[in-house]
Design a binder for this molecule. Structure first.
Ligand code: IMP
Length: 183
């Protein structure tokens, strides 16, 4: 990890979580999912929530050892460094999930608005048979929903971060390590 601070738009970020530590967290999530799904007779859907979850889903997929299908969906609730509270369904699902078991792959759960709205949409509108939630990161101090999070890679304090898929106004997704806002 480079020790230097980085600048994205008008904000400065400092090094926070190393790439190797992120991969360790993903190893843990993969172990738990494999444990629960290794003898499945269906073909579960791994649902990548675009764009933030692309790196997480890519790493997770390489570690899963049962037959699965990858589907993507694009949602958005963040503007700048604040959750807007409303979840916009920007792009529909890339494939039908009716009657399927779905594992949502989310980069980070903050208030939980996004993940809860998505889970409801998958069950009520899209007819998924079961929906589980896998998230690389969780901000437990902010998460305020009764909904169970099935697989959590790592818990972090409430601070705005970028890197490994996470962006600040679309910048920072390609950074290998995670950086936190320097205030
Ligand atoms: P929630 O709906 O409040 O749980 O927010 C979830 C979404 O907000 C995530 O999928 C991210 O896209 C975005 N988000 C939440 N926290 C951060 C952060 O610290 N940095 C960048 N994006 C974040």
């Amino acid at each position: 990890m480079k020790d230097e601070k980085i600048q994205l738009h008008d904000k400065t970020f400092k090094p926070y979580i190393r790439h190797e530590r992120i991969l360790d967290a993903i190893d843990g999530v993969a172990r738990e999912i494999n444990h629960d799904f290794h003898d499945c007779t269906d073909i579960p859907v791994i649902l990548c929530v675009l764009n933030g979850s692309i790196p997480f889903t890519g790493e997770l997929l390489q570690r899963l050892d049962f037959p699965l299908q990858v589907v993507s969906v694009k949602l958005s609730s963040y503007q700048g460094t604040q959750s807007t509270g409303t979840v916009l369904n920007v792009m529909g699902l890339t494939s039908n999930v009716r009657g399927r078991r779905v594992i949502i792959c989310e980069d980070i759960v903050d208030t939980g608005n996004t993940i809860v709205a998505l889970k409801e949409m998958l069950i009520d509108k899209e007819g998924a048979a079961e929906v589980r939630i896998a998230t690389m990161l969780l901000k437990p101090d902010v998460y305020n929903k009764p909904e169970k999070l099935d697989y959590v890679g790592m818990e972090i304090p409430n601070a705005f971060i970028v890197g490994f898929g996470l962006d600040y106004n679309e910048l920072g997704r390609n950074i290998r390590d995670i950086y936190v806002i320097d205030e």
